[in-house]
Design a protein around this ligand. Structure first.
Ligand SMILES: Nc1ncnc2c1ncn2[C@@H]1O[C@H](COP(=O)(O)OP(=O)(O)OP(=O)(O)O)[C@@H](O)[C@H]1O
Ligand SMILES: [Mg+2]
Length: 688
């Protein structure tokens, strides 16, 4: 089969000098053109105005422009040709010592531009694991073998090389459908595209996924009902389709949808796949016969073994030949799934054979079939061809400034709408401001007020700020969205760190100012304006630091409970070494003095507040001491405060630390991204 012969074989020449082909003819012609299997036409290429495959017409026919090879420099292959060979995934079993549980074994296949591969199989058979392993996103506790190539090259498929809609939905629950898609469009679509066009694309994608009636509905979560499960799934698909990525992985795009919605959604994906030459792999549960008919190739898995991979239309015959013909009244997809489901073996109705045996028979038969040989030679042919490098979706995204602006806007809105993020904290802080103010009410200037002032300043600089860990659940949610968008290459780490800092600052300022005014004025600390401003600024810097610290913790420990405990534990250590519970000279040199006393931000906050309050104050005589106790004596001898520099330097160090913490956050995210694949590669090599 070649393009030249296709004229007589599969189609005829249509209007405007286009060659019209039937669907089958087109696919074969495309495959031959790409493979170069025909000596004479191997360097012919299929092009279209936008370098995409032409839109199919009503009958599934497409026009292909014939380009004279002599007049063109040979183009590199378009799109993403994904191949995977002998993929294996295993995990250490917790039941038996040193034993490994095999999740996936000997998986081989390919996916080509303009085609959809459906991955099907019973629940727990390894569909998501196969997609994760193709995407390079396997969990760190699993080991994998085999190779995944894209256009014949080994590429790291993470961070923006493809779009991957995972089984778990990761969305910002406070936003509406429209806001979610609009922001995503602004982030993902290239800077050369005007904003109006980005919004237009967003509108179109929302309509394509049938979400136009829910445009202004909030996604919902945390006990607030918003979108339904199926609508959330369609929204997630929207976000992945916005850029028409070269490689698209979808984990259960139709779960939660009724059969009509499943059909419309999948049909839309098929249309876009053909129109833009996307390569699509989708793990599908229970497709209706309409949906099933949309797939080009079918990958059937059970117990991690490949039962069948090949053209969808040939699967029925494969089952029939092996003694499991599909009953007339049953849809083929249902029949395949029922035949290979081991979960309910007792009720099974596949003759006398146990289902595990059935799976063995089918997978062995598949391995010795012509279809398997064809798959192997197709993989070899794809790998031999030199393909273009797949573009990172990230390289086409918005400019850094746009990313920051959009993220600030989105994050600010999320913080405003999520009561638990800052508003609840503000309420609690106001209550605590009153509590501190009334406990230390009108301290006066007697000797007793000396100790009370010290205690109050200690409480404000440490225990009041530690409460900022209350926002941790909201950080974790935001971090999840960031990590998912980051993996799909929507924006950079720098944009995220900067935008979060900007959007959170006004809220934290409010949280420091209002309770600060209440506590300060009620307690009757020094009355000068400068002293109050300093007090509020120290509180503000401490809040920023705790916020940042908790984000670092959220990056390392994404588990909610463990994160809160770790964050509180780290701050507990810092408070202990700040010089209040033990004076600085009494701290053990190892660990507590060096380095804890110097890295603890509570120390600078506490000493700054001490200097702010006690400089200029004198207290009356006590127990035969000097007639007056002046600030020098209090600060130097009693509290052992570092007096070599002013309180403003302490404040400067605090704000400097805010910067350092943000840089640490940036570095940790970047390092995690770099180190994870290296560890994975190392583990892979060590198991070979
Ligand atoms: N990181 C992991 N650690 C331990 N076991 C794992 C891990 N990942 C997957 N598994 C196991 O591998 C099997 C396959 O999981 P996978 O999520 O791929 O199934 P699935 O086919 O996608 O199922 P479903 O259709 O229900 O989503 C399951 O038994 C699961 O418990
Ligand atoms: Mg799954």
């Amino acid at each position: 089969m070649s393009l030249g012969r296709e004229v007589n074989d599969g189609g005829d020449r249509g209007k405007h000098g286009w060659l019209r082909l039937t669907r089958r003819g087109w696919e074969e012609a495309l495959s031959d053109a790409v493979r170069g299997s025909d000596g004479g036409f191997g360097c012919w290429n299929l092009v279209h105005n936008n370098e995409v495959f032409p839109e199919p017409d009503g009958d599934g026919e497409r026009g292909i422009e014939m380009i004279d090879p002599k007049s063109l420099v040979m183009k590199k292959r378009l799109g993403a040709y994904l191949t995977w060979e002998e993929l294996g995934v295993s995990v250490s079993s917790s039941n038996e010592k040193d034993a490994c549980k095999t999740i996936l074994s000997g998986a081989s296949g390919y996916a080509k531009p303009g085609e959809i591969v459906a991955i099907m199989g019973p629940s727990g058979c390894g569909k998501s694991t196969l997609l994760d392993s193709l995407a390079g996103r396997l969990a760190s506790n699993v080991r994998n073998t085999g190779q995944v190539l894209i256009n014949g090259r080994k590429l790291r498929l993470t961070y923006g090389t493809m779009a991957y809609m995972t089984q778990e939905q990761v969305l910002t629950w406070t936003l509406t459908v429209k806001e979610t898609v609009y922001y995503s469009a602004e982030l993902q679509l290239p800077k050369s595209m005007p904003r109006s066009q980005k919004w237009e694309r967003a509108d179109r994608t929302i309509r394509e996924m049938g979400l136009q009636d829910s445009m202004n509905t909030r996604i919902g979560g945390w006990g607030i009902k918003g979108l339904s499960g199926g609508q959330k799934r369609r929204l997630s698909i929207c976000l992945e389709l916005l850029t028409h990525p070269k490689l698209l992985l979808l984990d259960e795009p139709t779960s939660g949808l009724d059969s009509a919605a499943s059909y419309y959604v999948m049909n839309q994906i098929v249309k876009l796949t053909r129109q833009y030459g996307m390569t699509v792999l989708a793990a599908i549960h229970q497709p209706s016969s309409h949906v099933f008919g949309l797939f080009n190739n079918l990958y059937l898995l059970s117990l991690g073994k490949t039962v069948y991979f090949g053209p969808t239309f040939a699967a029925n015959q494969f089952f029939a030949v092996n003694g499991f013909p599909c009953p007339d009244v049953q849809s083929p997809a249902d029949h395949f799934l029922i035949t290979i489901n081991t979960d309910f073996d007792e009720d099974h109705i596949s003759g006398d054979l146990a289902v595990e045996k059935v799976i063995d028979v089918l997978s062995e038969s598949y391995k010795s079939s012509e279809i398997y040989k064809d798959v192997k030679s197709e993989i070899a042919a794809i790998c031999e061809q030199e393909g273009g490098l797949i573009e990172k979706t990230g390289s086409l995204k918005a400019s850094f400034i746009t990313q920051c602006l959009v993220l600030v806007q989105r994050s600010f809105k999320n913080m405003y709408r999520d009561i638990g993020y800052y508003w609840l904290r503000l309420g609690i802080y106001i209550a605590l401001g009153f509590a501190v103010g009334t406990v230390f009410y009108d301290l006066g200037s007697g000797f007793g007020s000396l100790n009370a002032r010290i205690s109050m300043l200690m409480f404000v600089s440490s225990f009041l700020t530690i409460l900022a860990i209350g926002g941790f659940p909201s950080f974790v949610e935001e971090m999840k969205v960031f990590q998912w968008e980051r993996l799909n290459g929507h924006y950079g780490v720098g944009s995220f760190v900067i935008s979060h800092a900007i959007s959170s600052t006004p809220y934290l300022f409010l949280i420091s100012l209002i309770p600060g005014v209440i506590a300060y004025s009620l307690a009757g600390l020094q009355k000068q304006y400068e002293q109050f401003v300093y007090f509020a600024l120290v509180l503000f810097a401490s809040m920023l630091l705790v916020e940042c610290l908790m984000m670092i913790v959220a990056t390392i420990v994404p588990n909610l409970l463990m994160g809160i405990i770790s964050g509180a534990g780290i701050q507990g250590l810092m408070i202990l070494s700040a010089g209040f519970f033990r004076l600085p000279d009494d701290l053990a040199k190892i660990f507590w003095k060096y380095p804890m006393y110097y890295v603890s931000f509570h120390r600078y906050a506490l000493q700054g507040l001490y200097k702010n309050e006690f400089q200029g104050l004198k207290f009356p005589e006590y127990l035969g001491g000097p007639p007056t106790i002046d600030s020098d004596m209090i600060l130097k001898s009693l509290l052992q405060v570092e007096m070599g520099y002013s309180k403003w330097i302490d404040l400067g160090i605090l704000f400097g630390m805010v910067l350092v913490y943000r840089v640490i956050l940036f570095c940790i995210i970047k390092t995690t991204e770099k180190v994870k694949p290296i560890i994975r590669a190392f583990l892979l090599n060590s198991t070979r």
